[in-house]
Each structure stands twice: as structure tokens, then as C-alpha cells.
Write a protein that binds this ligand. Structure first.
Ligand code: HEM
Length: 270
């Protein structure tokens, strides 16, 4: 019977009579892949996935500096800055809640249409007939309440530590803009269920805006899309809620985080 012979001619794998097992063959293919140019183009020098990685201090630094996620962290941090009891992670929690709100908000957008006729009906369908609809809606609502609370507490923490003083005064201003945007996101989302609670809260809110000196009536007109609450108001607040305010807040958050790093990291005892 014809039989394929290996390099030593006896058909048993290597010269010592060892036929490579499947895991050994896979390891060999893996090694070849790790040595290829395509692999090297994806994983930057110092990556643990690169061929020939050794556990040296230089490679350890590279792992942090060249990673998409880790490079966001500073190379050095002050000891007190990583103590949870210093920041209470309130800024981080605010950002985490924002991420939850973005994910749950995208889910809600699949089932919600911003018109007078459909808005409340869609919310009610979401609660009764959509799988996990009630859970996700409540996550979005509770997340929004919690974010207002954590942002406020974060601001109080920053004030208590005097972190608004130079060189961080500009970041305090950015923070005030973030607080305003958080409240605006909360307020615009409030109208969307189009129930009695939302309707009257927005009536009171826009009436108050109307009393602002000089341009109050004009701002009220723009926000309502007319002289009274209608489907136009719903559409305007919907676009502000799902598009404009999230877009603007992401930009200001990026500036905020960047300034925390550039202003010398988290404040603290000199
Ligand atoms: C969407 C809202 C906000 C987010 C996601 C956010 C996020 C953060 C994060 C992650 C930090 C780093 C450390 C920490 O957790 O404290 C930080 C620091 C800081 N934040 Fe905020 N922040 C927000 C709102 C505010 C507000 C409302 C203010 C003040 C009006 C503010 C002022 C500051 C200042 C001055 C620092 C530097 C603190 C220090 O060095 O001790 N931030 N922020």
C-alpha cells in the first residue's frame, strides 16, 4: 500500500520517530502566525501577543503605552489619587452612568416614535410586550436620576478638596457646562413619554423660561415649536435629547478628562 513518508523516510513525523499531535501542529501554526508581518502590523512592539515577548521592565511599559485602553491612563499616578476614599470615584461613576444611558437609550429608540399619537402608545407597548422593555426603560430612568445625583456629588467633592483652584479652574468651568448638559438631558427626556406628568412638568418649565428678561418669549417659542405644547415640541425635544446634547456632552467630557491629566492629575496634598 502506498504510504506518504516523512522526512526520515519511516512515516513517523520527525527524525526521532515522533508524529506531531494536533495541539503541537496548532502551536506551530500559531508561532508562524505570530511571526508574520500581518500580525506585527496589528500588535505594536512590546505587546504580549508579539513573538519573542519577554517580561522586561521596558516591555511592561510598552504594554501600557501601546494598548488602546491602557494608554488612556497616565504612566505615573499619585498614591492618594488612586485611593477610592479621595475621589469616591464619583466622576468615574457619572461617566459609567452616561455609558449605561447611551446603551439603554439606543435600545429604547428601536421602539419609540416621537409623535403625539404614537409616543405614549409606544412606551406602553415597550413596557408590556417588548422583551426586557420594562427593565431597560427603568434602567434608563433610574440611570438618569442617579447621574444627576453623582454629578452633583462629584462637584461637591471637587469643591470640598478645593480642586477648583489654579491650575484646575478651567476644568471647573468645563464641569459647570457638563452639569448644565446633564440637567438639560434629564429635562428633555422627561417630555418624551408624553404622559400627564411629563406634559405638565414641561408646561411649567417652558413657562418659567418665558419669564426670562429680554429674550424669554423667543426662547420659549423655539423650545415649544409654537405658542403651546404640540407634536412639534415633542420632535424638537427628542432631537435635542437623542442627538444634540449627547454629542455636545461627549465633546466636553473628552476635554474634561484630558484636562484632568494635563493639570497634573488628581489634586491632593502638595
Ligand atoms: C458629566 C459630568 C462629569 C463627569 C463624567 C466628570 C468626570 C470626572 C472624572 C472621571 C474626574 C477624575 C477624578 C474624579 O472622579 O473625581 C473628574 C475630575 C474633575 N472634575 Fe469632573 N466630571 C463631571 C462633572 C463635573 C462638574 C459638574 C464639575 C464642577 C463644576 C467638575 C469638575 C472637576 C474638576 C475640577 C476635576 C479635577 C478634580 C481634582 O483634581 O481633584 N466635573 N471629573
Amino acid at each position: 500500500m502506498a504510504r506518504r513518508l516523512s522526512r526520515n523516510g519511516n512515516g513517523n513525523g520527525d527524525g526521532n520517530g515522533h508524529r506531531p499531535s494536533v495541539p503541537e501542529k496548532l502551536a506551530e501554526v500559531g508561532e508562524k502566525m505570530r511571526g508574520s508581518q500581518a500580525w506585527a502590523s496589528i500588535f505594536r512592539p512590546g505587546s504580549i501577543f508579539r513573538k519573542g515577548y519577554t517580561d522586561s521592565p521596558r516591555n511592561r511599559s510598552y504594554v501600557i503605552m501601546n494598548s488602546l485602553i491602557y494608554h488612556l491612563h497616565p504612566v505615573k499616578v499619585k498614591r492618594h489619587a488612586v485611593k477610592v476614599s479621595y475621589t469616591l470615584c464619583l466622576g468615574g461613576l457619572s461617566f459609567f452612568l452616561f455609558l449605561i444611558l447611551t446603551v439603554t437609550g439606543i435600545f429604547l429608540m428601536f421602539f419609540y416614535r416621537p409623535t403625539e399619537v404614537q409616543a405614549w402608545a409606544d412606551i406602553s407597548t415597550l413596557e408590556t410586550s417588548v422583551t426586557f422593555g420594562l427593565l431597560v426603560r427603568n434602567m434608563h430612568r433610574w440611570g438618569a436620576h442617579l447621574m444627576v445625583i453623582t454629578v452633583f456629588l462629584h462637584m461637591a467633592r471637587v469643591f470640598y478638596h478645593g480642586a477648583y483652584k489654579p491650575p484646575r479652574e478651567f476644568n471647573w468651568v468645563i464641569g459647570v457646562i457638563l452639569l448644565t448638559l446633564t440637567l438639560l438631558l434629564s429635562f428633555t427626556g422627561y417630555l418624551l413619554p408624553w404622559d400627564q406628568l411629563a406634559l405638565w412638568a414641561v408646561t411649567v418649565g417652558t413657562n418659567m423660561i418665558g419669564y426670562t428678561p429680554v429674550f424669554g418669549a423667543q426662547v420659549r417659542f423655539v423650545l415649544l415649536g409654537g405658542v403651546e405644547i404640540s407634536t412639534q415640541t415633542l420632535l424638537r425635544w427628542y432631537v435635542l435629547h437623542v442627538l444634540l446634547f449627547p454629542f455636545v456632552i461627549v465633546i466636553f467630557m473628552a476635554i474634561h478628562f484630558w484636562r484632568v491629566r494635563k493639570d497634573g492629575g488628581i489634586s491632593g496634598p502638595l
